[in-house]
Design a protein around this ligand. Structure first.
Ligand code: LR7
Ligand code: MN
Length: 784
């Protein structure tokens, strides 16, 4: 005891005190560290749990929907359409709509509307930016008009009454109060000298620097080295400590636990964007802004318009690696995705694409995709004729090791071109894109995440609008989904409010989509081939989006629009390339193939909406369908009725145009079929012999018997129904026509109508008379 006391005297006491104090301090420190680690971990855990719960919720919501038959509130998709060069389908003309039209198309006729496969309908909510493309001269005016256009997130109000468009985008909104840059001024600052300067200044900071001057390959070696270095940098950063694996663990973005190696299986979506600080902030179109082209350049703009059916002159002056605004809903950047997402091959098919837009498409993928997920970019050249797409393109793309070019030996069309790309793709997932797009920040991971969660999910990005005139990047309305109207016309329509409320949908939730637009989507590669890919019998352009959509839904998959993934697309008024055969015939034929294989009894609706002429096998050869029909059997796909009931229930469909009793106004009696002959009886709804259908094939039909005019005479006859037989067809309108309620023989050269004989009570074919009540017939129920 004494000894201890001696030690604690004088400096010994001080030492002992210091010792005890440091032990206590150490203990506190450790406790604090533990606490903070717990904190960090629990924060991460919490995020993960929330995310997984969200995923579960979403999954169960989807399963619920499927099980419950997707009780989508009925939506009035008020779609009217302006046919190519024709009038509005909706007589009120309230709704705007545009049909694609090719150069060689004949003008449409009244009963002869033939919208195209991917023709796009738009509701009046939509403001299209596609506009009178044929006339490049309109450009200056319309752009100048927009000069005073306000402002943030306001829909652009451009004239929509286009009769000649190929696509209508969903309604669009300008991103920022456009402090527009005048082309003439900016052009001076983006001359060649300036570009070189910029390139030199940018150094290794920017990954994919390229010349903005079109049609001149950038310095290959410098760029290739830069790209490699950048990829290495991203990889090392992501690997954190280093082992190189195919699917590295990814670190949270700066500021988020930056020291903790992520052992978790999820991470925040990478906001990777090499164009975040663009090398020339004053460049034309930078940040996706609109550009006014000076009036004195009108002639030049017009001259170059037809190269791509958009403002090619302007596009060529905008940096191919420009920055665009991040248009994702706010929550998207916080979303978690799995670390081990599948890799993807991005496939661009193109024919005679404009140089600057093709490059901008490729750069947007390189600059805004996590390198470890981007297996490769495959460019499929569908036998382009333009010189710059040959050696010059090879040379330019040689600087990017991930880019491969495949050249087709003859023109195959986009469908078979995509198949050629898919056949050589090495990634787990195929991502198809049009060759005039710009991928936005964080576009890829949300798509791959959906495929990762379920390989039968086919996610599409939100397709935003790059103005064909001023090249500005515009965001579209939320909650838009792809739908179709008869005869298989693609369109956009808003998810109904009640549905959104009922399902607690937020603007970033995936949207179930009955039909995809066609050009932009990701799909698990194996699943794509299991589905039999595309029908290789589809030619050039059109209809393939219907085919793949029906196939996916009916054979066990799902199509979704992913609001957190956004890609801009230049909507053009016309296809800028030639069709090897007549454009209209090509698209019609494609659609008929799709209808024959996938629509079951509903194919009558397709043909009945202006395509009856396709039933004439002598005039239209839609090719052999055996393999496609076999495939559908083999995959045990569900019926088209199932698709309508479960995926698109708000599409109200009736298999007949009218049905029930057929009442003659003059005779005040009903048509009856007794022992294979027609007579008149007192109307009685309970009599099956008095029940007839007026079909989409325009037949007056009971069971398998159809009413037909007889030869050239004035008689009529009953015949076994045959959809390909034009003689069984009758025009019939219940209202709004001089000959309303008349059955007009379709095949007769002059107007011959079905008439009840006053005395004999038999039937005759007589010249049509608008006010003759014995020629007027009414059905019990009308569906169309
Ligand atoms: O013969 C051809 N060979 C090709 O390689 C014809 C076209 N192509 C290429 C072409 O260069 C382009 O990159 O295929 C791509 C699509 O052709 P576009 O841009 O002329 O088509 P689009 O944008 O007018 O049409 C839409 O509908 C098409 C129907 O077949 C395709 O599905 C397109 O991919 C599709 N585009 C989109 O979905 C983008 C959004 C449009 C909307 C709505
Ligand atoms: Mn396109």
């Amino acid at each position: 005891m004494m000894k201890v006391r001696r030690y604690l005297r004088g400096s010994g006491r001080v030492l002992a005190f210091v010792f005890v104090a440091s032990v206590i301090w150490l203990l506190f420190d450790m406790a604090a560290l533990r606490l903070s680690m717990n904190d960090a971990n629990s924060q991460l855990l919490k995020e993960r749990v929330i995310r997984e719960r969200e995923m579960l919720k979403q999954q169960s919501r989807v399963t619920q929907l499927v099980n419950l038959g997707f009780k989508h509130p009925v939506q009035r998709v008020d779609l009217a359409a302006t046919h190519a060069g024709g009038g509005a389908l909706n007589p009120a003309g309230k709704l705007a709509s545009v049909y694609r039209r090719g150069g060689r198309q004949r003008p449409p006729m009244l009963e002869d509307r033939k919208p195209q496969g991917n023709d796009i309908l738009a509701s009046d909510r939509f403001r299209s930016v596609a506009s009178k493309h044929n006339d490049g001269g309109a450009l200056h005016n319309s752009v100048t008009q927009k000069q005073g256009a306000p402002a943030h997130k306001k829909a652009v109000n451009l004239d929509l009454n286009i009769a000649n468009g190929t696509q209508v985008p969903p309604s669009v909104q300008k991103i920022k109060p456009t402090h527009k840059i005048r082309a003439d001024r900016a052009r001076d600052s983006v001359g060649n000298e300036k570009v070189k300067d910029d390139l030199a200044k940018a150094g290794t900071k920017q990954a994919h620097l390229v010349k903005t001057t079109p049609r001149q390959p950038a310095n290959k070696d410098v760029n290739r080295k830069e790209v490699k270095e950048e990829e290495k940098r991203v990889r090392t950063k992501d690997l954190d400590g280093g082992e190189e694996t195919a699917k590295p663990a990814v670190r949270l973005q700066a500021g988020e636990n930056s020291t903790a190696l992520r052992k978790q299986s999820v991470h925040k979506v990478l906001s990777l964007d090499m164009t975040h600080s663009p090398r020339d902030v004053n460049a034309l179109g930078q940040f996706g802004q609109a550009v006014i082209v000076n009036g004195d350049k009108d002639a030049e703009v017009r001259r170059r318009w037809n190269e791509g059916h958009f403002n090619v002159y302007l596009s060529d002056q905008i940096p191919v690696d420009r920055a665009i605004p991040d248009t994702r809903p706010d929550t998207c950047a916080q979303n978690l995705v799995h670390d081990n997402l599948p890799s993807t091959s991005v496939i661009f098919c193109f024919v005679d694409e404009v140089w600057s837009t093709l490059l901008r498409s490729v750069h947007s993928v390189l600059n805004r995709s996590p390198p470890h997920l981007l297996k490769e970019i495959i460019l499929v050249d569908d036998f382009s004729t333009r010189d710059y797409l040959k050696g010059q393109l090879d040379e330019y793309m040689a600087q990017f090791p991930k880019v491969r070019i495949i050249r087709l030996k003859e023109r195959q069309g986009l469908i078979r071109a995509r198949l050629a790309g898919a056949a050589v793709a090495k990634g787990d997932v195929l991502t198809f894109l049009d060759s005039h797009i710009e991928c936005n920040v964080g576009w890829l991971e949300p798509l791959l995440e959906r495929v990762y969660l379920d390989r039968k999910k086919v996610p599409c990005p939100v397709i935003e609008v790059i103005s064909d005139k001023d090249m500005s990047y515009m965001l579209v309305d939320n909650f838009q989904r792809g739908i179709f109207k008869w005869p298989l016309v693609f369109g956009w329509s808003a998810v109904p409010d009640e549905y959104i409320k009922k399902n607690n949908m937020t603007i970033s939730d995936p949207i179930r989509c009955p039909v995809m637009a066609g050009g932009l989507f990701s799909i698990d590669k194996k699943y794509f081939f299991e589905l039999g890919a595309y029908d290789p019998g589809l030619d050039v352009w059109g209809g393939e989006n219907m085919e793949i959509s029906f196939k996916i839904w009916m054979c066990g998959g799902e199509i979704e629009i992913i609001p957190c993934s956004r890609v801009g697309h230049i909507f053009r008024g016309q296809n800028p390339y030639k069709f090897p055969k007549d454009r209209q015939k090509t698209v019609e034929r494609n659609l008929a193939r799709v209808a024959e294989v996938w629509l079951d009894e509903y194919k009558d609706l397709f043909y009945g909406h202006g395509y009856l002429h396709l039933l004439d096998k002598k005039a239209t050869d839609i090719g052999n369908l055996t393999e496609q029909i076999e495939l559908r059997k083999k995959l045990k796909c569900k019926s088209f009725k199932w698709y309508l009931d479960n995926v698109y229930p708000d599409m109200k469909v009736s298999l007949v145009k009218a049905e029930g009793l057929v009442f003659n106004r003059g005779l005040r009696k009903c048509l009856a079929l007794q022992k294979d002959s027609l007579s008149f009886e007192t109307c009685d709804l309970s009599e099956q012999s008095q029940h007839f259908n007026f079909t989409w094939m325009k037949q007056i039909r009971q069971r398998d018997l159809c009413v037909a005019p007889q030869g050239k005479g004035s008689g009529f006859t009953l015949q076994l129904c045959d959809n390909t037989e034009p003689k069984l067809r009758w025009f019939y309108k219940s209202s709004s026509s001089a000959l309303a309620e008349h059955f007009i023989a379709d095949f007769a050269s002059q107007h011959m109508c079905l008439e009840a004989e006053r005395q004999s009570g038999s039937l005759r074919l007589n010249p049509c008379e608008p006010s003759n009540t014995f020629q007027k017939w009414q059905f019990t129920r009308y569906h169309a």
